[in-house]
Design a protein around this ligand. Structure first.
Ligand SMILES: Cc1cc2nc3c(=O)[nH]c(=O)nc-3n(C[C@H](O)[C@H](O)[C@H](O)COP(=O)(O)OP(=O)(O)OC[C@H]3O[C@@H](n4cnc5c(N)ncnc54)[C@H](O)[C@@H]3O)c2cc1C
Length: 505
């Protein structure tokens, strides 16, 4: 059958689901679990453009790819994590696979399905989606009552690489970690990794033993937390043969308490936190190393995500001389490598641009509301989950300063409560709206750059919804309050606008 014929044939049948989940990463699989277990009888499907689940953990294949936060809190609250806290992508995928198998979620996930367009009709209170099926190129039509957006926050197909003068002259290979070539042979080669975020900090120690030398080239330093890849309390409880479910819960509580204290101290006493972080680095690199130049950021701790460095492997690589750090600016690429503004030339066979992502808030889906294109950046967010003028849709955007998955679980509880409420009251549409009492509320960008300012958010801020000056109208990034606030949200509050059926009910 030709592709066109397949498209015509398939698109003639419209499938309907109560809920449609976009994506099968940690958020999408979590959403599917909660729907299945908390709302039995709900019809739902998760559509995933990739050929398997995992999202971030499938997309990224560079050497050493691992989490930068602990898996007790990056894991779901309902499935104990039994390994060391920092985990490789393969271990995270194995864990997710167990969640899918144990709960028979596989039949609800369709891989190789890309949602291209989503159109809301207020007349029917339905989303209509156009979905491309990769296997035969067919364009399918699906409808759903509620859209649960678990598409992440960045473009998966390609990372962000700045344009530097002379890139075309470089005789070696330039690669981005997000699209790491399977055939890249770096054994015995000289490598430069541009950047010093979590990706660079993972990649450098992972290749240090095999490359001739690896240089981490950064414009400015980043904070890191080096430490043992183990959690004392989990080890102690395990030695006492305590049930894994208990270990998971207790370890999560301890980690979250410590993180809360750390976040508060970073704001209230940044100098002592800074001294602590730099002191830990000094233990690996010694007194003679220029920590001031290479590891002392200009910003206060926690304004950007701080990666945990298991067993200080990045610093061990530097101390051994297999890896080094250069803090300088790029003037241009040359045939042999990179010419720095200081005049030094770094030679390399491979240059890795660990320079981040491109923000992609809506999964590259062309959204329309009642026939009009959606300008997402013009909407205002309700708690970083729902958006004014966008009915029956919610986006899972996790935390920067705590594990993403903590929010997957508590937002799922909110969705379940909302859907149950709508069923009970016979309503088909819910929308958030700024109440008249707040009509003069001051609006600003999605996040305050003074509070948190990673590059991809700064570059793409205009694509993100705006926030108000009240907690309800912001993504507060504050798990510790949200865990108590979300369950108490009054679903009959004036910020929720339901369709007429509710008024008549
Ligand atoms: C290298 C790396 C390491 C990280 N480490 C951590 C960490 O240790 N701790 C932490 O808390 N956070 C970490 N993060 C942030 C991380 O992205 C999130 O924690 C989490 O994995 C995001 O999960 P998600 O399911 O929301 O989104 P994603 O993992 O981005 O998955 C979204 C899925 O949706 C699919 N999709 C998108 N658009 C469409 C569409 N139109 N149609 C169909 N499918 C679509 C994508 O293909 C993808 O599979 C890391 C991020 C990166 C890049």
């Amino acid at each position: 059958m030709t592709q066109a014929a397949a498209a015509t044939k398939s698109s003639s049948k419209t499938e309907h689901f109560d809920v449609l989940i976009v994506g099968a990463g940690i958020s999408g699989v979590g959403a599917a679990y909660h729907l299945k277990t908390q709302l039995p009888g709900t019809t739902f499907v998760a559509l995933e453009t990739q050929e398997t689940f995992g999202g971030t953990w499938t997309t990224h294949k560079y050497p050493g790819i691992r989490s930068d936060s602990d898996l007790h809190t990056f894991g779901y609250r309902f499935k104990p994590w039994v390994g060391p806290p920092i985990a490789a992508a393969s271990e995270i995928l194995k864990y997710m696979n167990e969640v899918i198998d144990d709960n028979d979620l596989g039949k609800h996930i369709r891989y190789g399905h890309t949602i291209k367009r989503a159109e809301w009709s207020g007349k029917d209170n339905l989303w209509t989606l156009q979905v491309e099926r990769k296997s035969d190129g067919a364009l399918l039509t699906m409808t759903c009552g509620f859209l649960w957006m678990c598409q992440g926050y960045y473009r998966h197909s390609k990372g962000y690489t700045p344009e530097w003068a002379g890139m075309e002259n470089f005789k070696g290979r330039i690669v981005h970690p997000q699209t790491w070539p399977e055939d890249l042979d770096y054994k015995g080669k000289r490598m430069i990794v541009i950047g010093s975020g979590a990706t660079a900090a993972t990649l450098v120690p992972a290749v240090a033993n095999d490359t001739a030398h690896v240089t981490m080239l950064q414009r400015s330093p980043t904070y890191f937390i080096p430490g043992r890849n183990a959690i004392d309390i989990a080890e102690q409880l395990r030695a006492l043969q305590v049930d894994e479910a208990w270990i998971h819960e207790i370890t999560r509580r301890q980690i979250l308490k410590m993180q809360d204290e750390f976040t508060t101290r970073s704001k209230e006493d940044p100098e002592s936190v800074k001294a602590e972080l730099l002191g830990a680095v000094k233990l690996f690199l010694g007194e003679d190393y220029d920590i001031e130049k290479h590891f002392t950021p200009k910003y206060r701790p926690w304004r950007q995500r701080i990666a945990f460095i298991p067993d200080g492997d990045l610093f061990q690589g530097i101390a051994s001389g297999k890896a080094s750090v250069v803090t300088d600016e790029i003037d241009r690429f040359t045939e042999k490598g990179i010419l720095l503004k200081s005049g030094q030339e770094l030679e390399a066979d491979i240059i890795v641009t660990a320079t981040g992502f491109d923000l992609e808030p809506l999964g590259e889906i062309d959204f329309h509301i009642n026939g009009k294109p959606l300008k997402f950046g013009d909407t205002v967010t309700y708690r970083g989950m729902m958006f004014t003028g966008v009915p029956n849709m919610l986006w899972v955007f996790g935390y920067f300063r705590a594990s993403w998955t903590l929010r997957v679980d508590i937002v799922a509880d909110f969705v379940v409560r909302l859907l149950k409420h709508m069923k009970k009251t016979g309503t088909k549409r819910v929308e958030v709206a700024i109440p008249p009492s707040l009509k003069d509320m001051k609006l600003s960008t999605w996040i305050d750059p003074e509070d948190f300012n990673p590059g991809y958010v700064m570059r793409g801020m205009h694509l993100l919804p705006r926030r108000g000056d009240r907690r309800e109208w912001q993504h507060t990034q504050d798990y510790w309050h949200e865990k108590d606030e979300l369950p108490k949200i009054d679903l009959d509050g004036e910020e929720f606008v339901y369709d007429k059926a509710k008024v008549d009910a």
